[in-house]
Every structure is written in C-alpha cells, then in structure tokens.
Ligand binder design. Structure first.
Ligand SMILES: [Zn+2]
Length: 455
C-alpha cells in the first residue's frame, strides 16, 4: 500500500513537471516567487540566524529575479562555517528521515548538506522519470552502469523509480575506478546494452580503445553521462565508436539534478520546479544570454537546509529559447570540473578520483589542492588551525587507500590564508609526470603554485 501510494505520488509529480515544462515561463514565475517566499518565511521563523541572514528579503517582489537579488550570495565557505546554523529541523518529522550528503570535493572545498529525504527522494525520482520520458527510453532494454565506488555485478534489479514504468530489464554494473578500460569494454561486449551510464572520462577512454581495436559491439542507443562536462568532440567520438547519442545532465550533490539535456538538441534545460539558476557577473548582476558568467543556484524545496544563491563554482552560458516548446531556460555550455587519468605501473590508463576519499568529511579542511608526482604527492590545504599529527595521518592514509591505492610519499602543507593558484584550471587532482614536466619536482611546489600552468 505504502509502495503504491509513493508510486502514484512520483508519477503524479512527473506529470506535473511535464506540464510545467510546456508552460510559458511568465506563467511559472509567480509560482516560483511564491515558493521562494515560503522558503524564506519558513527559515526566518525557525531560526534567529536565518532571520538575520534573510532580513532584507523583498516580499513585495513580483519576479523571481527581484526576490533573489534581495538575498545574499552563499559561498562554499559559508556552508563550511555555518553548517550547524543553516540546518533546520522541520516540525513533526522523524529525525531518521534526514540524510547528510558530502560533495566529492572537486573544487577543493568540501561541503556537507542535510536533506529531508522523503521530499528530496520523491522529487529526484520524478525528475529521473521525466528524463526517461523526454528521451523515450524503454525500461525493457538493457542498461549498463559504470559508476565510481561501486561493485562489479552482472545482474541487478533496478528498483524505484524505474520499476514504476513496468518490468525493468536487469542491469549490469562495473566500478569505473577499479576496472581497466579493457575490462569496461569487455563488459559492454558481454552484455550488449542499449543504454550506458558513465562519466565522460571513462567514456572517452573506452571509445578510443574501441576505435583502435574494435570488438563486436552492437549499436548503443544512448550513453547517459554524469558528473563531468561533455564537449562536441566527445559526442562525435561516442557516435563513431558506438553509434550512440550522448545524453548529458548537470547535477550537484548540493541540489541533485539541476538541468537535463533537451530531447532534441544537445543543450540543457534548467529544471525549473527544482532550482532557480542565475548567471551573474562579478557584481552578482545577471549577464546577458550568450555571455559566460558564474552560476548561482537556489534550491526551491530544501527546507532542512536552505541553500540560496549558492556559488556552485561553474561557469555557464545561457542560450536562446528552444524550438521544441519546452519553456525551461536553455544552458548552452558549462565549464566545470575536470577529472584526471593516470597511467598505472602496468601501462593501463585509469580514472583517478576523490569520490570515496574519507578526508573529505574533515571539517578542518577549508580548501585544498592535490598534486600527484611520479614519486609522491603534495596535499596543500587551507585550514583554520594547524593540523594535528592524527589529522595529518588521516589525510595520508585516506589518500593512499581511497585515492591512489598505493603506498607513496605524501607531503602535507597547510596555510591559514586563501590558496592562490591563479593559472590552474578546475581539476580534481593535478598530475605532474616526469615525461610531461621534466623540470617540476615535489620539492618546489610552492613555486609551482604561483607560476605553473596546470591543464
Ligand atoms: Zn531544448
């Protein structure tokens, strides 16, 4: 009974999203204004901290832009410093229904978010089903999952919300961190899936390997990508190697799904019922369509920990309205995080990621950079206080066990002031190898921070 009730709620929510996606924005705007004001009222009436923080909220505003521009921008450091203050207990709810999620630290500044799971999971399930509907996928066709930090399984049951759509074909799963490119391709050959979920970097490696040494693999209909950014060259590569169309999405731990790829075009549509997204300049004012700007995101329904005008850390360019009838704002491009690959001792290329790293939950670390050299690694951190011996050891063992999976020399440097590395791109882990950078050494990282161009 409980299951049936949830199923009808999720399907109902998906249908309302479908309807909203075809409703002109000027008719959706008043609804969002109303939701935002409810969130502000709720937070202000629950805690003195929120009352002060939102004291300038404009309750006479008629547009979403007027509401948000009266509110302060939230940085990652705010989330780190005011984690306790930002949490809200929603009256008459079960404390066990709250979940704590942590970011994978791709920007170097790990944060933790509290969500009220019954609301959050229902919305995120409805968005998943909306995405399946937009892209007309069939649950009876086989799907493979290449995920970070997961086990290798040949038969897994999908469960909700996909089972709400009917009998779902069993899926298979591989760990994209532990498997080599060859092993991932082998799994595709074995299972011949119609759909594949993967991160873009693993996709690039398997597509290149397939093109240089083709296996008998039938056409893959759609390759669903998550986490990192997809560019046109990767779309072309996926098409050449597997005949597949890439279906991308934009998501973050803080908000869940932020934007979904258009059913027809390669651009993304902001999920208006879930988030409000602004693209702003250095003064936090909106930039015109077609020009890149910093993205600020407001979650519309996280009453357990409101996140308002949050500096997500990505650079986004908005596009012209879509010709499919979908009214939700168009994102033309996103510049976000980049992951790294490493050549193992056996010559295999492998994905290197902080996804499962234990040290990310250490609240002492405000910001960090990680540089891997052939003979060791540098962990440079901005911290509030000096790290204790035990804290340093926790970082060291986490890096050895969770990240590099080998025993290597790790040098830890800490400083109180902001990390400066102006010429660095946003990368999870920076790789310096003797073959590409013969003059850079683990001993002179301080100089590298100032002068090096990390790609
Ligand atoms: Zn579109």
């Amino acid at each position: 009974m409980e299951q049936d009730k949830r199923k009808s709620e999720v399907l109902g929510l998906r249908d309302s999203y479908l309807e909203m996606s075809l409703t002109p924005m000027k008719r959706l705007d008043p609804k969002i204004v109303n939701e935002l004001q409810q969130l502000i009222l709720f937070a202000s009436s629950t805690s003195p901290w929120w009352r002060k923080r939102l004291s300038h909220a404009n309750f006479k505003a008629r547009t979403v832009q007027e509401v948000v521009s009266s509110l302060p921008v939230t940085s990652r450091v705010d989330l780190q410093d005011f984690f306790e203050e930002m949490k809200i207990y929603i009256p008459n709810t079960d404390p066990n229904d709250y979940i704590l999620q942590k970011t994978t630290g791709s920007t170097g500044q790990p944060v933790q978010i509290v969500k009220y799971n019954p609301f959050y999971s229902r919305e995120s399930d409805a968005i998943t089903l909306l995405e399946w509907k937009w892209h007309q996928r069939d649950v009876r066709k086989k799907m493979g999952l290449f995920r970070l930090g997961s086990h290798d399984v040949d038969v897994i049951r999908a469960g909700p919300p996909l089972e709400y759509l009917g009998e779902v074909a069993p899926m298979f799963q591989r760990s994209s961190v532990d498997c080599t490119t060859e092993e991932l391709l082998e799994a595709i050959f074995l299972h011949q899936p119609s759909y594949l979920l993967t991160n873009p970097l693993s996709l690039k490696l398997i597509a290149q390997a397939q093109l240089s040494n083709p296996r008998r693999i039938a056409k893959i209909d759609q390759i669903l990508t998550l986490a990192d950014r997809v560019d046109e060259s990767l779309r072309e590569l996926a098409y050449q190697a597997f005949g597949a169309r890439i279906i991308d999405r934009y998501s973050s731990v803080e908000f869940g799904m932020i934007a979904l790829q258009c059913p027809k075009h390669n651009h993304l549509h902001v999920i208006v019922p879930n988030v409000h997204l602004e693209v702003v300049d250095e003064n936090n004012l909106p930039v015109p369509k077609g020009e890149p700007g910093r993205v600020l995101i407001t979650g519309l329904h996280n009453f357990a920990m409101p996140i308002i005008r949050y500096e997500q850390g990505d650079i986004v360019t908005m596009g012209e309205p879509c010709d499919t009838g979908i009214s939700w704002p168009v994102i033309d491009s996103i510049q976000g995080r980049v992951r790294s690959v490493i050549d193992s001792a056996t010559g295999e290329r492998k994905l290197l990621t902080l996804f499962t790293a234990d040290f990310l939950s250490m609240r002492e670390i405000q910001d960090f950079r990680l540089v891997k050299f052939d003979d060791g690694a540098i962990f440079l951190a901005q911290t509030r206080d000096a790290l204790s011996h035990d804290q340093e050891e926790r970082i060291r063992s986490s890096l050895k066990q969770d990240v590099f999976r080998e025993d290597l020399n790790i040098r830890i440097l800490t400083q109180r002031q902001n990390l400066r590395a102006p010429r660095w791109k946003v990368r999870e882990i920076y790789i310096v190898s003797r073959s590409t950078h013969p003059h850079w050494a683990i001993s002179d990282v301080e100089d590298l921070l100032e002068t090096a161009d990390f790609e």
